[in-house]
Design a protein around this ligand. Structure first.
Ligand code: ADP
Length: 256
């Protein structure tokens, strides 16, 4: 039974109360995240400044500054993701008036980032994109969707593994998918994998700089763009994350 189905069966007064509590929770998270942003920016500025001082660069404190900077950057990503998620949760309705988003151009940029992140791990990353296929939507949200899925594929695929990214029309529907030959996800985790902060291996996720919010963001962006998210995975073999968009979201003249 889905949460939505259970909720629809409740008396209206209880439903209204639950909605109020949810809004309070969302506002609280958004406000805290917002308040943390400024002090964190100040701390980060000072850490960067100190780290670059010649007397510290050669001292025994040097690794401490590097460590502090890593953690302030991680906290910054966490705050950004929390703010984006709060925004998405408070705008659950579908995007009606979007812009024309050049998905192939967006994907080229994300793939570049993914190659940088892969670095010495030398993943084989290939992108196959139909250059005519543009979507009506919100560019920043779609960028976050593609980036979370592609960067996850790199993070959870061991050295020299492969990541295949496709953007094309399949059976009359615009489809984005990313397939990796990585560590995979055991079946028991799949139903909960898009929940906030749900991680299969907390230590590994933190080590790779993950916030634990990526797939929750993906789920919301997919809903707002009337798409469907499918996740297929086999432990030790790899995963495929697929987003199926409705034809109605294609920008005019893009239907190839
Ligand atoms: P994180 O920041 O931890 O990567 P996400 O919400 O993006 O958070 O992903 C949640 C969890 O799903 C991850 O911690 C990881 O356990 C699992 N996961 C996501 N993508 C993949 C993938 N491509 N291969 C294997 N596991 C994955």
């Amino acid at each position: 039974m889905t949460e939505k189905f259970v909720r629809e069966k409740l008396p209206a007064s209880i439903r209204a109360h639950i909605e109020l509590l949810e809004r309070m929770r969302q506002d609280f998270v958004a406000n805290v995240s917002h308040e943390l942003r400024t002090p964190l920016t100040v701390i980060r500025g000072y850490v960067e400044l100190l780290k670059d001082q010649p007397e510290f660069q050669t001292s025994r404190y040097a690794p401490m500054f590097t460590h502090m900077l890593e953690h302030t950057l991680r906290m910054g990503h966490l705050i950004d993701d929390l703010l984006l998620l709060s925004h998405l949760e408070s705008h659950e309705q579908e995007v009606e008036v979007g812009e024309v988003v050049d998905v192939p151009a967006l994907l080229f940029r994300v793939v570049d980032d993914a190659k940088n992140i892969s670095g010495d791990n030398e993943h084989h990353i290939t992108l196959t994109a139909d250059s005519n296929l543009k979507l009506i939507g919100i560019k920043e949200e779609l960028k976050s969707l593609f980036s979370n899925l592609i960067i996850n594929a790199v993070k959870y695929t061991p050295k020299q593994g492969s990541v295949f990214i496709h953007w094309e029309v399949v059976d009359g529907q615009p489809v984005f998918f990313v397939k990796d030959t990585g560590i995979g996800i055991a079946k028991k985790h799949l139903p909960r994998i898009t929940e906030r902060f749900y991680r299969v291996d907390k230590a590994r996720s933190r080590e790779s700089g993950g916030t634990g919010l990526g797939l929750a963001i993906v789920k919301h962006v997919v809903l707002r763009h009337e798409a469907e998210l499918r996740i297929e995975s086999k432990l030790h073999e790899g995963s495929t994350f697929t987003c199926l968009f409705p034809m109605s979201r294609l920008a005019n003249g893009a239907k190839s």
